[in-house]
Design a protein around this ligand. Structure first.
Ligand SMILES: [Zn+2]
Length: 420
């Protein structure tokens, strides 16, 4: 229809000219003048009719948007002689705002004899930096000589998701007692994030001076239903405080853990499991075993104990299947706020002593007023020899001027030499 309207003036002028030409064909001069006039009119009319439509992009030719943001196409302007031609425009090309990339949108206008195409590029970019989150504190205190155990860091990106595996760490000295760990990560679009952790090295607290003439009775591997209650009864009667290095306990034995605390003894950690093979398989395994029991004791009693003893002692060689593990662990437990206690007298109830007399002799023979006496005993199930020797050991100590005490965080630590 528009084509007819557009060409109508031309057609009408041609018909009119033909009629006029027929009428004035005898007068050559007039015919020539009229023909020239007609030609001019036709050229002007034609140019006007076939004028190119106004067809331009609205907005920029190149648009950048952030991934996952909204995009609305600004479109084009298409008109001729104030007549809107937007309906004549066909648009091609899609922008996926969820996918980084360069997209092209083309706009085509077909009107009369004009056929024009415009195009626009939309670049979907990931401009957001990933978010780094430190596990553990951003300021970390480490005892000198202890191994820094990296707590780790996570990186989440709005586009790539979890990119923690790509985190790079770098250590930078601040002073000889302070350094920082710098964590950096880049997402797939090259946006870089950075976070730091400050590590300060301090000297470990010095053990207080040794308490000569004090006997610290310690019971390992309990609690047991048939020995621990009787040991507690004797201690209560004698008004002696002791220390219990316990392992995991059943619900039925939880009351014994509560009794230990309520009756003024020290609840201490031997380890959730006592199995050498598993607990000494790695530093992580050992610390998990320690922390797990610490948490359980806290839930049972409200006490967060940091007093601990290595299964087998810090001098054990049963951990040799993992070379150097004791060298590392003895530093690591202290760096994690624990103190470990070995012993300097053993009653032998887990190593050869078969009678209460043997247990008694193994202890009293080695007591000395010139040292603090840390006595290793056990309250595991069925250990009657120790149970039956306990009263006599306490009486011997009292009669010979010794005092009894429980271990607490201030008690001077007794450490064996490390053999692995
Ligand atoms: Zn043990």
């Amino acid at each position: 229809m528009e084509k007819l309207v557009g060409f109508a003036p031309i057609i009408i002028s041609i018909i009119t000219s033909l009629i006029i030409c027929l009428v004035i064909r005898k007068n050559k001069k007039l015919l020539l003048t009229f023909s020239i006039l007609l030609l001019i009119i036709n050229v002007v009319l034609g140019c006007y009719t076939l004028k190119t439509p106004n067809f331009v992009l609205l907005g920029d030719e190149k648009i950048e948007i952030n991934v996952k943001s909204n995009f609305s196409d600004p479109g084009v302007e298409a008109s001729i002689h104030n007549k809107d031609l937007k309906e004549k425009v066909t648009t091609d090309g899609q922008v996926d705002v969820n996918k980084v990339g360069e997209y092209t949108i083309t706009y085509n206008l077909k009107y009369l004899i004009s056929d024009e195409t415009l195009s626009r590029t939309v670049e979907v970019k990931d401009k957001e930096t990933p978010v780094l989150t430190l596990k553990g504190d951003s300021e970390f205190t480490l005892y000198s000589g202890a191994t820094y155990n990296e707590p780790g860091c996570t990186a989440m990106d709005n586009y790539d998701g979890d990119i923690s595996a790509g985190i790079e760490t770098k250590k930078e000295e601040i002073s000889d007692k302070k350094y920082k760990i710098i964590y950096t990560v880049k997402d797939s679009s090259g946006n870089e994030a950075k976070i730091e952790r400050i590590v300060t090295i301090v000297d470990p607290p010095k053990p207080s001076s040794s308490k000569n003439g004090v006997i610290y009775l310690t019971f390992d591997d309990g609690p047991s239903a048939n020995i621990t209650p009787h040991i507690l009864d004797i201690l209560k009667k004698q008004n002696v405080k002791a220390t219990f290095f316990i392992i995991n306990y059943s619900d039925a034995n939880e009351y014994l853990v509560k009794r230990i605390v309520n009756e003024g003894h020290t609840i201490a950690i031997h380890g959730y499991s006592h199995d050498y093979r598993s607990i000494y398989s790695s530093e992580q395994a050992y610390m998990n075993n320690l922390n797990k029991l610490q948490e359980k004791i806290k839930n049972s009693t409200g006490v967060k104990t940091t007093v601990t003893r290595f299964p087998g002692g810090s001098s054990n060689t049963t951990s040799k299947f993992n070379p150097g593990i004791m060298t590392r662990l003895t530093k690591l437990v202290i760096a994690n706020g624990y103190q470990y206690y070995d012993w300097n007298i053993e009653c032998g109830d887990a190593a050869g002593a078969k009678t209460k007399e043997q247990v008694y002799n193994n202890v009293v023979k080695y007591l000395s007023k010139k040292k603090s006496n840390l006595v290793l005993m056990h309250d595991f199930s069925g250990n009657n020899k120790t149970l039956n020797a306990l009263n006599d050991i306490i009486n011997y100590g009292k009669n010979n001027g010794y005092t009894f005490d429980r271990i607490n965080e201030d008690t001077p630590a007794i450490h064996h030499g490390v053999n692995n």
